[in-house]
Ligand binder design. Structure first.
Ligand SMILES: Cc1cc2nc3c(=O)[nH]c(=O)nc-3n(C[C@H](O)[C@H](O)[C@H](O)COP(=O)(O)OP(=O)(O)OC[C@H]3O[C@@H](n4cnc5c(N)ncnc54)[C@H](O)[C@@H]3O)c2cc1C
Length: 490
């Protein structure tokens, strides 16, 4: 490939939610960005409800809220969230707040007082979104910020040198200072650059399908464990099937009506007939993670960096978290304002979080196996999840409210997502974060605070405020991604 003149600060491969979110973060910081997307048409039935349903949890919700994007999503307002993280009303039936391996945990059991920093009135810790809408909202914001998005261009060649990266996408050749692969589970960027992708092989094939059945009473509503796996009919004709076949069914061949009927008969044990197949896709519980997230001027984020079963809805949240973490660091590196080694903290902080999510999905696979020992273990976990400790632990993990970077232990808030403080003028912290800048949140006006904060090498804006609840803090230094770099008590 022939090196050309530098055209962009960054090229992002993939206009999925992670690539689009990252492009907004970079453009917000004043970087020039080109997004190259393989598919000419972004629309797909699998991005629309019900297939395109995505459970968002605290890290992604907070990221969208802090950039003023949450309010632009209409689906979360319209759709009743079956796993709502809000308060419950006395006298109501137990409400499922989420699940682990298909085992629900109840909202009434959760002791939210264990997360005192999630202040009343903060955005919900969990809500339902739709892939199609999320991508539309993010693409609109990206374009408003000046990001160029070119669809129908699959990245197919990469050559990097000390100053930049040449990227080939069909007939298009561009040069940028950095390339970020946000091109999904089968990432070409990851493969072309030879990133090691380590992990575990699948135990099952998952099928998502929309069908019509000759006898609508079969296989029955809800989730059924069977000797070969699991069948879940969320609403009439919408099926999720898991067959413990070592992932053999996920072979890239189209799922025909005949094949789906066979799988459904095998797994459900019912002699049912699929009269029409409207749409179907397959997936597995293969769990792999790039051992490094950066090679020179090429970085990975989202599914390109890690894949796992979509059990319990974690992948998108993990990817948006990557983008929120990487955006400001890469922008500061491009602008020459980053502290030494800042960009390397992307991998140092995000790799362990990704590893935990992979293990979370592996643990669920164990509880879904159809063998007697796993079913026995499942019954015990079910009992534990029905306790306050169990439900609170599950909610803390599933909703991501326990997400925490190891940034030192001088103060319990360091490394955590900042509380959404409510200020005397009625505004909340998140509303002050739309510009993507770090904040020195100063509750006391103490003259020494600015000097102390300057030692952290972050370009911040100084916000003096009184908060309704300030936890006895004198000041907080909040990174552009909303995580707390430093905290001082009164
Ligand atoms: C059935 C199912 C249910 C799920 N439910 C949830 C859930 O409830 N909650 C949750 O958090 N996650 C969920 N996930 C996971 C979530 O959808 C993914 O983690 C998320 O879409 C990853 O976003 P991404 O932008 O990294 O990748 P993608 O969404 O895969 O986007 C990658 C983009 O890159 C493009 N691309 C590919 N190759 C190239 C190339 N060579 N050049 C340029 N572009 C390229 C693709 O066309 C695509 O647009 C679910 C996944 C599945 C399959």
């Amino acid at each position: 490939m022939q090196a050309t003149q530098m055209q962009y600060d960054a090229v992002i491969a993939g206009a999925g939610p992670v690539g689009l979110f990252l492009s907004c973060e970079l453009a917000l910081a004043g970087c020039s960005v080109l997004v190259l997307e393989r598919d000419a048409d972004p629309d797909s039935p699998f991005k629309h409800l019900p297939f395109g349903i995505r459970g968002l949890s605290a890290p992604a919700i907070d990221a969208l809220y802090r950039r003023g994007l949450l309010g632009e999503l209409e689906v979360p307002r319209r759709l009743k969230n079956p796993f709502g993280g809000g308060s419950t009303q006395a006298g109501r039936a137990p409400r499922q707040a989420g699940h682990f391996a298909g085992i629900g945990f109840q909202a009434e059991r959760i002791d939210a007082s264990r997360w005192p920093w999630r202040l009343p009135g903060s955005p919900p810790a969990s809500l339902i979104a739709e892939m199609a809408e999320l991508e539309i909202v993010l693409a609109r914001r990206a374009q408003a910020l000046g990001v160029a998005i070119r669809r129908g261009y699959a990245v197919s060649g990469i050559a990097q040198d000390a100053d930049g990266v040449d990227v080939q996408a069909g007939a298009l050749q561009v040069r940028a200072r950095w390339l970020v692969g946000c091109d999904g589970a089968r990432s070409s960027v990851r493969k072309l650059c030879g990133f090691d992708f380590a992990g575990t092989d699948p135990e099952f094939t998952g099928y998502s399908a929309r069908v019509e059945l000759a006898d609508p009473s079969l296989p029955g509503p809800g989730r059924q464990l069977t000797p070969r796996g699991m069948v879940f009919q969320s609403q009439p004709g919408y099926l999720a099937i898991q067959e413990f076949d070592g992932g053999a069914g996920h072979d890239g061949t189209p799922v025909t009506r005949e094949r789906l009927q066979e799988v459904l008969r095998r797994v459900s044990g019912s002699d049912l007939t699929v009269t029409t197949l409207h749409a179907a896709s397959t997936w597995t519980d293969r769990a792999r993670q790039a051992t490094r997230y950066r090679q020179g001027r090429v970085l990975l984020a989202g599914d390109a960096a890690h894949i796992h079963a979509p059990l319990g809805g974690q992948g998108l949240n993990l990817g948006i978290g990557d983008a929120m973490n990487l955006g400001w660091k890469l922008a500061a590196t491009m602008k020459g304002t980053a502290a030494a080694g800042l960009l390397d903290t992307y991998e140092a902080e995000r790799h362990p979080i990704g590893g935990k999510v992979l293990d979370w999905s592996r643990a669920q696979v164990v509880l879904m196996r159809p063998d007697p020992a796993s079913r026995a273990l499942r019954a015990i976990v079910e009992d534990l999840m029905d306790t306050a400790d169990g439900a609170t632990y599950m909610a803390g993990r599933v909703w991501g409210v326990e997400t925490h970077y190891d940034l030192g232990d001088d103060h319990p808030l360091i490394g955590r997502s900042a509380p959404d403080f409510e200020f005397a003028d009625g505004s909340r912290l998140g509303q002050h974060m739309h510009d993507g800048r770090a904040i020195l949140l100063d509750f006391s006006g103490d003259a020494t605070t600015q000097g102390q904060a300057a030692a952290y090498g972050l370009a911040f804006k100084h916000v003096k405020a009184q908060a309704r609840e300030d936890f006895g803090l004198r000041a907080l230094l909040i990174r552009p991604d909303g995580f707390i770099a430093a905290a001082w008590d009164l």
